[in-house]
Design a protein around this ligand. Structure first.
Ligand code: GLN
Ligand code: ZN
Length: 758
């Protein structure tokens, strides 16, 4: 018998069918029955994929029309007041997307993934009431297709930890209101069948938990596990180790613990406790966060270690997390280099791997069918080829990394900024933008046609140059002081560089759900990274030739490139980002040699890469700072280095930001007045700062008065010599109709403030 387990499956559809159905319904081109039809087809197909692969534990309720945290909130009756007149799909989509009368609920990142969940809103005065329809129906739906599923739900502790209080205060104050609803849910679930497996996701257990939260684990699972002896509860965590929680969970009457052994090797320390308590271990050994083929022989070795403590009868082989975070199937990848493709495994392929590993582990090689033996041989060959392929292993890169001497630029900040101010002659409160200008339909069209081969290189270059001409002319007309070229040639700030770097791969259909119907297609780093030739120099020097003002070069930093890609797993993340840093360092040098005097190295995703565990933070910060510094180490003292970060909360990381030693940093503080800027003053931050003066995420045009007020409030915190004036992020998603008046107002506001100050 197969003893394997899949935590959850992606739901958007292998060709993004759900996305298309939802978006067509939202655009009123079809009605809701069409969405429901597509959803049923998808669920059926996903169950069949898993069944056909030989998976024993297949989920229901891992499907969602938008988000499964939202689904859990609805199950518990946690409906914010402003939506209470609505029901069914009207209610559901108003919560996610807002309507005329009510703003949408907030959305935020799910742990360290790029998946975003809807943040439940709780309040002490609300009462909560069970609505188990979705869970019950999905279970029955699967059963009608002949599949007895395990049921997935989000656990109460994670639910409370991820929710927010609209009446301020601690969400755990609602524990005594929420837990009874969970108990009732379990009672309803128990009615469904003679025996039910219930997967309760508690990913919050992988964080450093406060004693107060830890103290809730035992009473919660004592209670839930006692609701019915026909429910087998598996408590699952992922993305890190959850050793503290495991120690407590083994002393409750739950059936199993699911632990991630790919991203939380420390979980090995929990094995003895699990064995002593005679619990089942669901061992997450197939990576749910990455796209590489499992190294089956290595996994078997890991399982042998686990088996020293946990007997085979008490062991299940599982994905490390839901497969939601991987793309669907390699089936549609037709253009990829076949050698590279052979190293990959998406969700559907991971099902086969999981099944094969469990068969091999539990029944032995002899029990494999000849097809399975072939699969195993193919897996071994692929892993062997990855270890030696010249596509991956570039000796020149390795040698360069090994011999790297120059880790930072010349000169301390005080010396550099003096030289720069003299040479570059910009004023206090100098105006600039973050890099991109609106991506017009024409520009998108030209890029697409060029990619498809329908536009010649010359015609394409001309189109881009026309855009740059207009963009430069507009900035001059409007009186911006430090210009940018507008980034028309970039579809995406990581993809653009990835496409030009050796060692980077791209998929055709590697979509991963980001939020609701939105998906992203992260590029992947498969080999040693090098830069065959300059990547931005032609565009930037062209733009510079069109103006006497300073043209700021625009690059993406190594840590952001790393954090927004699937990364090879045969090398540490820090070693990969060091290679990227060297490539960027060469680009910085080429830009300055071509006469570019200011260069911005964006680290939009710097904060996203932070580990889930405090104990691992300093290792991340060490390599992130090191590699940012390497990436600009070629900059001469005169070359001014800017960076940009897409957030505003710097309180915990200000020392790290300072250590990056950029001459100028622009940040996203527009929505919080000057509150979040204060930390810069408190720590005596020396370098220059451009705290976004208006919010580019809204189509609203800020008035001159408003921006003047904003600048005044910035001046309460930092002196004018230290401040730059800019919008809070790139303008790519806006329209020119919004951008033009907004920037004009920004320049006008600066004039007014300068006059007041003189
Ligand atoms: N330079 C990039 C742009 O302006 C930065 C984008 C970002 O911060 N996400 O689009
Ligand atoms: Zn940004």
């Amino acid at each position: 018998m197969s003893k394997n387990y899949i935590i959850g499956f992606p739901r958007i559809g292998e060709q993004r069918e759900l996305k298309k159905a939802l978006e067509s319904y939202w655009a009123k081109k079809s009605d809701f029955s069409e969405v429901k039809k597509v959803a049923s087809e998808l669920k059926k197909r996903h169950w069949e994929y898993q069944k056909d692969a030989g998976i024993e534990y297949i989920s229901s309720n891992d499907f969602s029309l938008y988000d499964n945290v939202l689904d859990m909130a609805i199950t518990l009756g946690a409906i914010p007041k402003r939506f209470q007149d609505l029901k069914d799909e009207g209610l559901y989509f108003a919560m996610t997307r807002g309507n005329q009368n009510a703003v949408a609920m907030e959305m935020t990142k799910w742990f360290n993934t790029n998946y975003h969940y809807i943040v439940p809103e709780l309040s002490l005065e609300d009462s909560y009431k069970l609505n188990a329809n979705k869970i019950i129906e999905e279970y029955k739906e699967a059963k009608a297709h002949g599949i007895k599923t395990k049921i997935n739900i989000i656990g109460p502790i994670t639910f409370l930890a991820l929710s927010k209080r609209v009446d301020r205060g601690d969400t755990f104050e609602l524990y005594s209101k929420i837990l009874p609803v969970y108990e009732e849910l379990l009672r309803e679930i128990a009615e469904l069948d003679d025996e039910i497996t219930l997967q309760i996701d508690e990913p919050i257990f992988v964080k450093d938990l406060e004693p107060k939260v830890l103290s809730l684990i035992k009473p919660t699972y004592d209670k839930l596990a006692r609701v019915s002896n026909t429910i087998k509860i598996a408590v699952i965590s992922y993305f890190e180790h959850s050793c503290e929680a495991s120690k407590i969970l083994v002393n409750t009457p739950i059936w199993a613990l699911g632990l991630d052994f790919v991203h939380g090797k420390e979980n090995l320390n929990s094995l003895a406790d699990i064995a002593a308590a005679n619990k089942v271990l669901i061992a997450g050994v197939v990576d749910g966060r990455n796209i590489w083929k499992n190294d089956i022989d290595a996994t078997l070795e890991l399982l042998t270690i686990i088996e020293k403590e946990i007997s085979k009868e008490k062991l299940l082989i599982s994905s490390s997390s839901s497969l939601l975070h991987t793309p669907y199937t390699l089936k549609y990848e037709e253009k990829m280099n076949s050698e590279v493709k052979n190293w990959l495994s998406y969700a559907v392929e991971k099902l086969d791997e999981t099944a094969l590993i469990s068969k091999l582990f539990f029944n032995g090689y002899e029990a494999l069918s000849s097809k399975e033996k072939e699969q195993l041989e193919a897996n071994r060959a692929a892993n062997k080829s990855r270890k030696s392929s010249p596509l991956i292993h570039d000796l020149a890169v390795q040698k360069r990394v090994h011999n790297i001497k120059k880790l930072s630029r010349d000169g301390v900040y005080e010396e550099r900024i003096k030289i720069q101010k003299e040479l570059l002659g910009y004023k206090d409160l100098a105006t600039t933008t973050i890099g991109s200008f609106p991506q017009t339909p024409e520009v998108r069209h030209a890029r697409r046609e060029f990619k498809n081969g329908d536009l010649t290189q010359e015609a394409y270059t001309q189109e881009m140059k026309n855009y740059i001409d207009d963009c430069v002319a507009f900035q001059e007309e409007c009186g911006i002081e430090v210009l940018v070229h507008g980034e028309p040639e970039r579809n995406d700030m990581v993809e653009y560089f990835g496409e030009q770097l050796q060692g980077y791969g791209f998929s055709q259909n590697g979509w991963v759900q980001s939020y609701g119907s939105r998906c992203v297609k992260p590029p992947f780093i498969y080999g040693d990274i090098s830069r065959p030739k300059p990547m931005t120099v032609d565009w930037i020097t062209y733009a510079q030739s069109k103006t006497d003002k300073i043209m700021k070069g625009m690059l993406t930093g190594p840590v952001t490139i790393l954090n927004w890609s699937f990364v090879r797993d045969d090398m540490s993340r820090g070693d990969v980002s060091k290679q990227i840093a060297l490539a960027i360092c060469d680009e910085v040098d080429d830009l300055q040699n071509a006469g570019i005097k200011m260069i911005q190295v964006d680290e939009a995703a710097f904060k996203e890469g932070y580990p889930l565990r405090a104990a691992k933070v300093s290792a991340y910060e060490d390599f992130a700072v090191r590699d940012f510094k390497i990436s600009v180490s070629s900059a001469r003292k005169e070359t001014q280095i800017h960076t940009h970060m897409c957030y505003s909360e710097f309180n915990d990381i200000i020392a790290t930001i300072e250590a990056m030693d950029a001459d100028v940093i622009s940040i996203e503080t527009a929505r919080s007045g000057n509150e979040l800027l204060k930390i810069f003053a408190q720590v005596g931050y020396k370098q220059e700062v451009g705290p976004g003066v208006y919010d580019i995420h809204s189509p609203r045009i800020p008035s001159v008065e408003e921006i003047v007020k904003q600048i005044h409030s910035l001046l309460e915190v930092l002196p004018k010599e230290q401040l730059w004036i800019n919008p809070d992020c790139g303008l790519k998603t806006r329209k020119y109709e919004e951008v033009k008046p907004s920037l004009k107002n920004m320049v006008e506001a600066v004039k007014i403030v300068r006059k007041e100050l003189s």
